[in-house]
Structures are given as C-alpha cells and as structure tokens.
Design a protein around this ligand. Structure first.
Ligand code: ADP
Length: 558
C-alpha cells in the first residue's frame, strides 16, 4: 500500500513537472470551470493563476473561422472522445493568441470526479512566420513572373536586333557588289581613259567598298554567333601553318610600322580538326589588333604549344598599350571598344582608324565553337609605358565538334512559352546543299573542296567514325565515302547509315579506285546509291552528285 504522504509527494512532483512543460495544460470540470492550469497555460491566458482558477473557460475562447468551434468540440469530448481544433484566446490586455487545442476526457476515478484535459500550444509566432513566408512566396512568384516576362521580351528584342542586323547587312551587300564590281572594271579596263585625279578617287571608292564589305561580313558573323548559327567546316589541318599564312598576310601592314612577328611553334603540336578558315579569322583578328595597338618598331610573339598532352595553347603577345583589367571581359563583347580610340595616341604612335569592336567577339565565338577558351592578360592600359597584352587561346586537341557546332536553322520557342520571332533572311534562302566527304586522303579532300565549294557546303571527315557522327549532326544532302577507309569498314559504315532514320534516304556515293565487278556489287549491297571511280575529274564529281540528287527527287515523285 502506498503511504498517503508519498502519494502527496508524487502529486506535487507531477504538478512541478507540468509547470516546467512548455505547453499549456488545463483541467476543466464537467461545467467547463478551470480546475487546474499549469504555468505555461497561465502565460498563454495572459493573467495570473488565481484569476483563472474556478472561472469558466468559455469567455476566453474565440472560435477561429473555418475551424471546429469550441462548444462543438466540447460536446464531443465530454462524451469520451478526443478532439482538436485551432482556437484564439483573448487576453485581459486586449490582445489575442492563436493556439492549437487538443482535448480529451478523463473519466471519474476513485474520489476524483470526471474531467476534461486541454493541451494548448501557442502557434502565434509560427503562424506569423508562415504568414510572412506565404507573403514572401507570393511576392517572389510575382517577381518571377515579371522576370520571365522581361526575359522573354529581352530575348525577343535580341532576336529582332540580330534579324535586323542580318537583313540590313544583306541589303547593303547587293548595292555594294555593284559599287565594287564597277569600280573594279574602271580600275582594270579604263585606267588610260581617266585622268590621274579621277583614277585615285575610283581607287579610293574601291578600297572603301572593300572595307565596308569586311564590316558587313563581321556583322553577319556576330549575328550568326549570337543566333548560334555559325557553321563550321571541319577539316584536319596544321594550326601552325595556318598561323604562318596569317602572319604573312598582315606582314605588309606590320612592315610599314617596322613591327616584327616572331614565331615559336612547338614540334609536337598535332594536326587540328576544325574549321581552318574560321581559325585563320581568329589569328588575323588577334594579329591586326596587336599591330594596331603597338608602337612602331616593336615585336609581336606568336607561340603554339601542346599543353597537358590534350590541349593546344596559342599565345599572341604584343608590347603595346595594354588593356585595363576591368576591360578584360568586356573587350570580347560585340561592338565594344575601350574608351575613345584617340586616347590611345601617344607621342610615339598615333593609332589611326578605329575598328568596329567586333574582331574579338567573333574570335571568341569561333574559339568557343571549337570548344576552346580565349582570354587576355595585361597589366593595364598605360599608353606611354607599353605594358603589352597577352592573348591566350586553349583548344582541345579533339574538339568533339558536337551538334551545337553544326546547328541547323531552327525556329525555337522558349521555356517560358514565349514565341521567338524568326524572320527568314536572305542568308537562309541562300543555303547551299551540304556534302559530307568521308575520305582519309587529304589531296582528294582538297580537290573535292575546290571543285564543289561554289555550289555546295563541303564537310570532310578522315575516318568512318567521325564521318558517322557528322552525318547525324549535319544531315548532309549527299554523302561521299571512300571505299578504303581506316577503322570501320566503308561498306559497314554505309549499312549503318542506311539503318538510321536520319540518313536512311540520304544519297550515298562510293569513291573507289578498284574497278572490278565485285567492288561495285559490294557498294550497292551495302546500300550505296552510286559509285565513282578514282581518279575522277571535277566535272565528273559534280555530274555524279547532281545525277544522284535528281534521281532521288524523281523517285520521290513516282
Ligand atoms: P576592333 O575590331 O575594333 O579592333 P576588337 O573586338 O578586336 O575590336 O577589340 C575590342 C577592343 O579591345 C579594341 O577596341 C581595343 O580597345 C581593345 N584591344 C584589342 N586588342 C588589343 C591589344 N592587342 N592591345 C590593346 N588593346 C586591345
């Protein structure tokens, strides 16, 4: 049997524990009078224990809209069920706290009459935080919608700007062709009929037309880069040789200013697979800048080295006026020039003629299309001290020119659902048909390129594997395959192309040096459309391509 004093002690311990519990505990009589309230409960009611004890709880409780009402909850709990709701408690100071309330029934026990226990938790601060969070969420959602809207608008404007530039440039090209053409004729054929003054003027018109042509081409390139339409014509070539050709080109201008180029080309630089013409454009832009911003009599060092085994590092180092650090990023933006170009003048040199601010942005676009990086290092612009600038390009040895690099024109919507305006430009309609030549013999590729380039866009691949990926990425109109390819067998390659949706219908012409019947049968058995015996003339090649294309067209109509 438990001693009465021990029981009293236990009860007092329970009350002490309840007073320490950070949750309101209230015991009600069956008439809803407060029989007990713990310390935390007293705090929630905002009064003192004496005022609460024995008073009815009803006057302090206010039902919350949309929640179960207090008297409804009571009528269920008093019959022995448990229930919960959200309730507001009005406090003597005039304020209210919002609480969660759980109630359960305690049946009579010995001398203790039946009772109802309330567990009350003040939720006011949680609700306030939740409320604030909700408001913030709504604000953010609104801002997000606004951002998406402006993003769509910005994209639309950028697209319109690009389209405008592209259309304007093409419209300028047509009259320019006449200006250039006629002034060429006058210079070549009518020189002796003109007096010297007029002749000089015509020469000047001719040079101006050339300059304008270059500017228009640059604008078109920037537009292509911005619209992700810069196409590459990959081939395997020697980057050092390409750089040397460009130095030779700019040497005339450099020599006039006694600027000398030095070359440091490492022996182990491997051949590079990329667009030779475009990479030469990068070199020319860097070299002409180096000349333009360097004093007379200085030197420009060009080095090409192999780095970390897998990369090619190109450096163009001048001893010119330098570039401020804050400008290092911006100079690669289209139309960006550092300050007023006339400020670059020093006692030693006047940097005549400003550019268009397009050279470096085009260089960046081309390098990035080859999955490379371009950046500049320079101590800052100090025109009188000539700290110089170092331009760096790092190219992967195998650029894995992905589908991005051969992107076809597309009308795209965007993620937010906004329609992007795409105006068809003259360039679009001038699209040449693409020819993919898969041949490991460089001479054949060179000859074919020369012969076909006027009428077709030629892409070359030296191996079956590379050819296969180009065929899927570029969707050429005709594929030419040499029967003697290294790696994957040429006939197997043809069968593979035939088995794929993208290339199932593409005419495939085999180029073969073997004339026996067996070889020809193998060509057709693999799915080839025709074959051409090596060596072939340019005319034969063009004829064969057109014949195959016409045949495909006729078949499509019958
Ligand atoms: P632009 O075609 O007008 O030369 P770029 O895009 O090639 O334009 O260059 C942008 C700007 O970067 C130039 O106007 C020039 O201020 C600065 N810049 C480029 N190359 C050099 C260099 N080698 N030395 C100093 N400044 C340079």
């Amino acid at each position: 049997m438990i001693h009465p004093t021990a029981m009293e002690n236990d009860l007092s311990l329970v009350y002490r524990i309840l007073d320490q519990t950070p949750i309101g505990v209230v015991i009600l009589t069956p008439l809803r009078a407060i029989r007990y309230v713990n310390f935390y409960g007293v705090r929630i009611f905002g009064t003192d224990r004496r005022a609460l004890m024995g008073s009815s709880i009803d006057s302090a409780l206010i039902d919350c809209p949309g929640e179960r009402g207090w008297l409804e909850l009571w009528s269920s709990v008093i019959t022995g069920r448990e229930g919960e709701t959200m309730i507001a408690i009005s406090r003597p100071a005039g304020d209210q706290v919002t609480c969660s309330l759980t109630a359960f029934f305690l049946p009579a026990h010995g001398e203790d009459e039946e009772a109802v226990v309330l567990i009350i938790k003040d939720q006011t601060s949680e609700l306030r935080v939740a409320d604030q969070l909700e408001k913030k969420n709504i604000e953010m959602a609104k801002m997000n919608t606004e951002l998406i809207r402006s993003n769509v608008e910005l994209k639309r404007l950028a697209e319109m700007k690009s389209n405008f530039l592209s259309i304007a440039s093409h419209e300028l090209k047509t009259p320019l062709t006449s200006i250039k053409g006629y002034s060429d004729i006058i210079i070549d054929a009518m020189r002796d009929r003109l007096d010297e003054g007029v002749y000089r003027m015509i020469e000047s018109i001719n040079r101006a037309a050339d300059r304008l042509h270059k500017v228009i081409d640059n604008i078109l390139d920037v537009t292509r880069i911005e619209q992700k339409k810069l196409r590459l014509k990959p081939e395997i070539f020697d980057l050092c040789e390409a750089a040397r050709d460009c130095i030779e080109e700019v040497n005339q201008v450099a020599a006039k200013r006694q600027i000398a180029f030095t070359c440091l080309f490492a022996d182990d630089v491997p051949e590079f697979c990329g667009d030779r013409q475009r990479m030469q454009q990068v070199f020319t832009n860097l070299f002409t800048n180096a000349i333009k911003f360097s004093p007379d009599g200085s030197t420009v060092d060009v080095s090409i080295t192999r780095e970390d085994g897998e990369q090619i590092h190109i450096e163009v180092v001048d001893r010119g006026i330098g570039i401020d650090r804050v400008e290092h990023k911006h100079i690669f933006d289209p139309f960006y020039e550092v300050g007023d170009i006339r400020r670059h003048s020093t006692d030693q040199i006047k940097f005549l003629g400003s550019g268009t601010g397009l050279g470096l942005s085009i260089a960046k676009g081309i390098v990035e299309r080859h999955n490379g990086r371009i950046w500049v290092e320079s101590e800052g612009m100090k025109p009188s001290e000539f700290p110089g600038s170092q331009f760096h390009i790092v190219l992967p040895m195998n650029p894995a020119l992905g589908s991005d690099n051969f992107e076809r024109e597309f009308n795209s919507g965007d993620a937010a659902g906004g329609e992007i305006l795409h105006v068809k430009t003259e360039a679009d309609s001038e699209e040449k048909l693409g020819i993919l030549l898969i041949d490991s013999d460089r001479e054949t590729v060179e000859v074919a390129r020369m012969v076909l380039e006027n009428a077709f866009e030629v892409i070359a691949a030296p191996t079956s594997e590379f050819g296969l990926s180009l065929a899927f990425q570029y969707s050429p109109s005709v594929i030419l395959i040499d029967t003697l390819l290294p790696g994957l067998d040429a006939f197997r390659l043809c069968s593979l192309l035939r088995s794929q949706e993208e290339t199932r219908e593409t005419p495939i012409i085999f180029l073969s040096s073997v004339t026996d019947r067996e070889e020809i049968e193998k060509c057709f058995a693999a799915g080839g459309s025709d074959f051409l015996i090596k060596p072939f003339s340019g005319r034969e090649l063009i004829q064969k391509i057109w014949q195959t294309l016409m045949k495909k067209k006729t078949e499509a109509y019958t």
